[in-house]
Design a protein around this ligand. Structure first.
Ligand code: SAM
Length: 196
């Protein structure tokens, strides 16, 4: 999977990594910054998604499409399609550009809407990556977990760097008997929940 990433995707990833690093240095306001995952988290997500069971692949929080590119690698390898949700018009435009330039429009479906209004449309979720505003995490958790197929995964970003804000959801996951949950110290900290 990682040995044959197309050169157009490597170039776009590098371009987005550069913008993201600049945003963090110059204090670009949160609504404008890309706020994307680091590459090691992308690889981790792709490995998990590649081994997930059959079902829908979902991402909540597209930004410019960086994490979706990593997930698209897993989707391409297994013949799946990722549905990714984004609310901000400017981010939607950037993500459309990303997916077009990287030739992944056949494996990534971008939906310009609040994911909370669409999660009820899914019946069997195999893999979901949650990386949106922290205020929506708890609602998304409650909407996604009942839809996970057995062995299906919900991965939530920022479990370490926003631990205080997310603590109620992290406690909920730890004690939720529908899932086995663990925080993995990679990138900003990934909460990984596997449906029993
Ligand atoms: C941290 S960024 C996502 C970064 C992206 N996952 C990556 O690593 O490349 C969060 C994004 O989620 C979007 N967002 C926030 N709340 C949302 C919601 N309820 N539904 C869909 N997108 C949302 C924001 O507009 C923002 O672009």
């Amino acid at each position: 999977m990682f040995h044959d990433i197309p050169s157009a995707m490597i170039e776009r990833m590098a371009y987005l990594e550069e913008i993201d690093a600049g945003d963090r240095e110059d204090g670009t306001p949160r609504m404008s910054c890309l706020c994307q995952i680091p590459p090691e988290t992308g690889q981790f997500l792709a490995l998990l998604a590649a081994g997930a069971p059959e079902g829908a692949f979902v991402e909540i929080g597209t930004s410019a499409g960086y994490s979706a590119l990593w997930l698209s690698i897993a989707c391409r390898a297994r013949g799946a399609v990722l549905t990714t949700f984004e609310v901000l018009d400017e981010k939607v435009r950037l993500a459309q550009e990303t997916f077009r330039l990287c030739g992944v429009e056949d494996v990534v479906s971008l939906v310009a809407d609040d994911a909370r209004r669409r999660l009820a449309d899914f019946s069997d979720i195999a893999f979901c990556f949650l990386d949106a505003e922290k205020e929506v995490y708890a609602d998304c958790y409650e909407a996604v977990v009942p839809k996970l197929v057995p062995g299906g995964l919900l991965v939530a970003d920022n479990a370490i760097n926003h631990r205080e804000t997310l603590q109620p959801m992290l406690d909920r996951a730890r004690t939720d008997e529908r899932v086995d949950a663990l925080i993995v110290p990679i990138g900003k900290g990934e909460l990984v929940c596997r449906r029993i």
